[in-house]
Write a protein that binds this ligand. Structure first.
Ligand code: A3P
Length: 287
């Protein structure tokens, strides 16, 4: 049967190319999914140590501030990390880190501090401590909306987002359910239940509450620095160390400042092997 060349080029070839990209995508997704299922099932079996501290919140409730407060208290005010998730890992996203297995977590020093947005039902249970932060739900909705627009590509209006938020059709589900579940446990001995608004009003008191709850030994001399470094102004000034996007860049192991790289002539010849150069030249001579 006659099959015009232009039809082959215009329809069949692009179709084949797209299918092969799709197929490769599916295979990749499957292997990622298997890896994810593997790690997630072992995360479900993760048994916390007594020294572990879980910071748990519904998103946009002051999680990053609490990550910073705890890291500051446990290190006497160090800011030696490129991103806060490096020193206070995001438990729910451990798969995307360089951490390949739950065993890798054994190498982290005490106290291991994790951030999580899990519901009470799903958070790993053990003899560890949990610090839960509640924030006014209406403020959370507004903050979560801005986060969706700035970081997740959401293009709807606030009204549309609010509708989804109220129905719990956002990541981590219903704010109301999250809060209600954790509130039931606010008086448990291993739970410190705090409010974002109280942290904002009186950070120093909250820091001492945490010291007391986690039985940390923090020399007084470090306190002024810690208070200063947990301020909104200080964290805003060092936003790269806290932002979700720079966190993802760190998680994936991407390098910063590597895009405008060298701009030199001849580095191709230096790096390529003689066989690679020969293959290149041969292919080039045939075009
Ligand atoms: P807004 O979007 O209302 O500004 P999370 O870390 O859970 O995602 O919470 C983000 C919210 O905490 C944001 O609220 C952010 O501005 C606020 N935040 C971050 N660092 C803070 C700090 N040092 N002091 C007070 N609020 C802070």
């Amino acid at each position: 049967m006659y099959f015009p060349d232009f039809l082959f080029r215009k329809i069949t070839l692009p179709f084949l190319k797209k299918s092969s990209i799709l197929l490769r995508g599916i295979i990749n997704i499957q292997s990622e999914a298997l890896k994810w299922m593997d790690l997630s099932s072992s995360l479900l079996e993760f048994v916390p140590r007594p020294q572990d501290i879980f910071i748990v919140t519904y998103p946009r409730s002051g999680t990053t501030l609490m990550q910073m407060m705890l890291y500051q208290l446990s290190t006497g005010g160090k800011i030696d990390f490129s991103h806060i998730n490096e020193v206070v890992p995001f438990f729910d996203r451990l798969l995307t880190y360089q951490i390949q297995s739950v065993q890798d977590l054994d190498n982290l020093p005490n106290p291991r501090i994790f951030k999580s947005h899990l519901s009470y039902q799903n958070v790993p249970k053990g003899p560890c401590r949990y610090i839960y932060i509640e924030r006014n739900g209406k403020d959370v909705a507004v903050s979560y909306f801005h986060f969706h627009v700035s970081h997740l590509g959401f293009q709807g209006t606030f009204d549309e987002f609010f509708d989804l938020f109220m129905k719990g059709r956002v990541m981590y589900g219903s704010w109301f359910r999250h809060i209600a579940e954790w509130q039931k446990h606010q008086d448990d001995p291993h739970v410190l239940y705090l409010k974002y608004e109280d942290l904002k009003k009186d950070l120093k008191t909250a820091l001492y509450q945490i010291i007391d709850f986690c039985q940390l030994d923090v020399p007084q001399v470090h306190m002024p620095k810690i208070i200063r470094q947990c301020s909104f102004e200080f964290m805003k000034e060092h936003e790269n160390k806290f932002d979700h996007i720079s966190g993802m860049v760190w998680e994936k192991g991407y390098q910063k400042n590597a895009f405008i790289r060298e701009g030199r002539i001849g580095s191709g010849t230096q790096l390529l092997t003689p066989a690679q150069i020969e293959l290149f030249e041969r292919t080039y001579s045939q075009i």
